[in-house]
Design a protein around this ligand. Sequence first.
Ligand code: ADP
Length: 486
Amino acid sequence: MSKILYISSEAFPFIKTGGLGDVAGSLPRALQKNKQDVRLLLPAYQEVLDKVKKQNCVAETFHYGQHIRILETFLPGTRVKTWLVDSPAVFDRPGNPYLDPEGEPWHDNAFRFALFAQCAVDIALNRCGLSWQPDVAHCNDWQSALVPALLDTFPQRPATVFTIHNLAYQGMFNSQTFFDLGLPAELWGMHGVEFHQHFSFIKGGLVFADRINTVSPNYAKEIQQPEFGYGLDGLLRHRKDRLSGIINGIDTDVWNPGTDKLLAKNYNRRTLADKSKNKTYLQKQLKLPAKAKTPLIGLVSRLVEQKGFDSILAAMETLLSLPLQIAILGSGEKVYETALLDWAKKYPQKLSVTIGYDETLSHQIEAGSDIYLMPSTFEPCGLNQLYSLRYGTLPVARNVGGLADTVIDTNEKSMANKTANGFIIDNDTPAALIAAVRRSLKFYKNISVWKQLQHNAMSPDRSWQASARQYIDLYEQAIADNPHPI
Ligand code: ADP
């Protein structure tokens, strides 16, 4: 059994903006089920504090002129002990954890997540009175990437693992910020956290962690190439013997069509007829004509370039000329929000667009749609295609990152060996997207073939169990690689 400090800037159901929230909300529990001693460390944002009944302060520390309390609670619905970094001036704000009300990064994000990292280091070194010494500090994305760097400046430290959930977000700030934060001078430089005269948080994880992983094997390969590497591909190639990919699991307590309380009607692969009740419910709710035979395409996403919205918008006119309906839920960049709403206004009988973040509707779209569209330009793992597969909603997805690892294109061979579970868009163009959608519609017409594809999609075990075991192996490797064990 290892002691794992799991450090994350979001965790469902406390707070979630994307895939990291889902992973941090479910992997710690899966590790615990596999007999690991796990503690989750999270900033005490306002939204998190609102969900904590009693504020139980178990430790205190002091950084950057701030008196910081460590509050102890449990991740709701679990026995995962969770420590919250409570620094009101820094985290007690309404809304998005990373963005201000205008959708811009909070002006003091470097300070906020440097403070978070300093507290994580205190706990990782067992020096704030919690009487618990982790064997591994597991850090996630740029918000906790300074932790491996800071820990490396100590003569003895726990092993460090750094998981890349999305390399596109790097936590880049000007070089002065590094010095303003009073970080150890030895961390500056190209072999440290300097990146082309800027201060890069993510390099703290990429350079200093004992082990690095990404959330799919394919993305682990892709980021070593210039096309997906954002200038960090050289560093990642340099560290390739320490870099691996572990596909995300899904939390089957939350995402299970058989028990999902947010659905109009539960179903499983043997009661697929009940899935259609969710379709009718969704159509009515979204004010689309309740036509059982018209294929309904769903999409739940952050509205950002990565998710393929340029191709979707360019293809929209053609898509809406096909015999289908589309249901989109998302929020993000204003240009996409406006353009999608304009299309919906023009085609209210075929396209429904809901702007916002809505956990309930996201489940209902997964269950009520026939097809799920995911034309991402890159996708580290992708969770929505996994939810879709579990819900018998066949993905039409790009062949990148984790999508390529999980969506098996429908062709003669994959149909014969019963692995076919979706439709691959083979390049980043509107034409390829349209071609893949057309192909899915052709198969949709054949009821028995479609049913078989749904069976193929719904049958595999996509829970965290297998991936949790891989993380446990990764922790053991990190412990073995740690040059400065405690
Ligand atoms: P990413 O982390 O890049 O956003 P993922 O597919 O890994 O993409 O995870 C996205 C998660 O966020 C999924 O659980 C998805 O359902 C959820 N999500 C994204 N946008 C919304 C939204 N507008 N409303 C509800 N859930 C959303």
